[in-house]
Design a protein around this ligand. Structure first.
Ligand SMILES: [Zn+2]
Length: 210
């Protein structure tokens, strides 16, 4: 049976991503994304027991492993609560547009990670000095695209760098799938082909308008 987005009335395609509300009704991704500015997906790491036993001689035990858990605040909402959330989010987006007037995108940094690029092969890996830096972050305003110049200000000066590649981040893993653009509320990894030692957790990065 085909599902319909209760908010916009669109019929969801087979295998299309959607959010199921508390009462079982579906919300399509487009409608859900419009609330992410106030209701982002959250992630938590849970210490849990592996279901496969580890054996030492004839004794077995279950190892503790860290598993990620994805929490969607929309899943706890009734349709009425979702509509209210959407209205509040659109108001917040308008307020942000005013606050960040002229900025194409505003991004909040979570952490920076250094990658070593394998210039050899899978069988014979070889790492050279060229490093790639991933800035794990959340888009809080506007639209971010690969190639954008992000700027961050610290007491001493302004720093800028161009986003080499943009990936969608699931909030847990150190890699993601490349995307062509990211909107407010989305978690992303911005990959830079240069050192990003001037970005600190909680920093606000701005893409200035033309
Ligand atoms: Zn919809």
């Amino acid at each position: 049976m085909a599902s319909v987005c209760f908010n916009c009335g669109r019929t969801l395609e087979k295998n299309e991503y959607f959010v199921r509300l508390k009462d079982g009704q579906c919300v399509c991704r487009d409608c859900a994304d419009r609330t992410r500015i106030l209701y982002p997906l959250r992630f938590t790491k849970v210490l849990t027991e592996s279901h496969l036993p580890t054996w030492i001689g004839d004794k077995s035990y279950h190892e503790q492993i860290v598993a990620g858990q994805r929490l969607d605040p929309l899943a706890d909402m009734t349709p009425e609560e979702f509509r209210a959330a959407l209205e509040a989010s659109e108001k917040a987006a308008a307020e942000q547009a005013e606050r960040y007037a002229g900025a194409k995108a505003v991004i909040e940094a979570d952490h920076v990670r250094k990658y070593f690029v394998n210039v050899g092969s899978a069988e014979k890996p070889r790492y050279n000095k060229r490093k790639v830096y991933g800035v794990f972050s959340r888009v809080i305003h506007g639209e971010l695209i690969p190639g954008a110049q992000v700027a961050v200000s610290h007491r001493d000066r302004d720093y800028t760098a161009a986003v080499g590649e943009l990936q969608e981040w699931d909030g847990m893993h150190p890699g993601g799938a490349p995307i062509g653009k990211a909107e407010a509320g989305m978690l992303v990894i911005m990959l830079f082909m240069q050192e990003m030692d001037f970005v600190y957790p909680g920093d606000t990065l701005i893409v200035r308008g033309g």
